[in-house]
Every structure is written in C-alpha cells, then in structure tokens.
Design a binder for this molecule. Structure first.
Ligand SMILES: [Zn+2]
Length: 97
C-alpha cells in the first residue's frame, strides 16, 4: 500500500492506544516518509470489536483454578480464540489474540 499524501511506503504498525482507560492494541498504517497515519476499514472494525469486548463486564464466579465465567455476549465473540488476561491495579483487561 502507498501513502495517499506523498506516495511513500506504508508500514503496518501495532501500538497500544488508551481507550477509556484500557490499553487497546490498535493496528494501523504509518507512512515511512511523511508519517501520515491511516487505518483501513478492516483495521478500524477490528479495533472497535476489541473496545466492545473490553467494555463488557466480566463476572468472576470462581477464581479457584483457571476458571472465569464470562458473560454470554463476550463468550460468543471470543469463542475459539485465545485471550490474554492482563491484571491491572483495579481491573483485568481481556485481549483477544
Ligand atoms: Zn506519506
């Protein structure tokens, strides 16, 4: 892909951005010459999906082992995916891989 501004080479980047206090890994393209940043529709949708998932409330019914009960909607979205749980000071962030 080429940069729409200067025609330079676009490089795929993944950086964590802060969304409502959550660190969400966001994929986008950055131009190597003029540093213009842009997202494709797909990247934008993926980012939004992550935010929706992160906003869901997670009910921990048992932490006795490796079992955590997830709300139905979240479980549906995450079905078949592995997730990363990142414990923060006052929250646990769920990152689908
Ligand atoms: Zn450019």
């Amino acid at each position: 892909m080429k940069c729409p501004i200067c025609g330079g080479q676009l490089k795929k980047m993944v950086e964590k951005s802060d969304v409502k206090g959550f660190e969400v890994p966001t994929e986008f393209y950055r131009c190597e010459s003029c540093e213009e940043e842009l997202m494709t529709e797909d990247q934008f949708r993926k980012g939004m999906d992550k935010i929706i998932e992160l906003k869901s409330e997670v009910l921990v019914s048992s932490v006795d082992g490796d079992y955590i009960k997830l709300p139905k909607e979240l479980a549906k979205r995450l079905k078949g995916k592995s997730i990363e749980l990142i414990p923060g000071e006052d929250r646990i962030v769920v990152i689908p891989k």
